[in-house]
Design a protein around this ligand. Structure first.
Ligand SMILES: [Zn+2]
Length: 191
């Protein structure tokens, strides 16, 4: 027996397995619908849940506020953490980019390396404001001529399932995208 819901009125329905792929009528609202294979439905829902949108961008503001020194010590593949700054006076979509470091006493701290560029920030901010997970990793550390002009190329993914977000760009794979503990982040958020 397959148990499912009417896709119009939501009434609980059931059909024998032999009805898979055939039409059934809702007893409550008379809607005609195809009986779907439950294995297919489950897999489709799982994929939909894991689906993420991916952005590749250059971090902006890497030369300001002494960030070059932090950027110079970044490593390709290391995770980044994003923090919305809805009250930022230059851009209401502002999203600060942080990297995680160990402090002298072995505690985690987050250092700001810059911001998501404006052209990508709007869509990512909208997703974050509606509760989606956004995270990512450093793709490349660029520049560094004469010990300066360092830049960061990052990959950012937005999705709904913490820990399961997988980013795959040109064979570069980041697993286990996670959220920073927000109170740990906010301590550095003015940097
Ligand atoms: Zn119905």
């Amino acid at each position: 027996m397959i148990r499912y819901k009417c896709n119009k009125c939501g009434a609980a329905m059931e059909s024998p397995d032999s009805m898979i792929g055939k039409m059934e009528t809702c007893p409550a609202c008379n809607r005609r619908m195809k009986v779907l294979d439950p294995v297919v439905v489950k897999e489709r829902d799982r994929l939909r849940q894991m689906q993420s949108t991916t952005f590749v961008c250059a971090v902006s503001g890497v030369s300001k506020d002494g960030r070059q020194e932090i950027v110079a010590n970044c490593e390709e593949g290391e995770p980044i953490f994003l923090q919305r700054e809805p009250d930022n006076r230059y851009d209401r979509n502002a999203i600060a980019v942080y990297v995680e470091r160990k402090s002298f006493f072995g505690r985690r701290k987050y250092l700001q390396v810059g911001y998501i560029p404006e052209e990508d920030a709007e869509e990512i901010a909208e997703a974050m404001d509606s509760g989606s997970l956004a995270g990512g990793a450093i793709l490349y550390v660029v520049g560094g001529q004469e010990g300066k002009y360092y830049g960061l190329r990052i990959v950012v993914a937005i999705g709904d399932t913490e820990g399961e977000l997988t980013i795959d760009v040109d064979g570069f794979r980041v697993k286990d995208v996670r959220r920073a503990e927000s109170d740990e982040l906010s301590g550095e958020a003015n940097g």
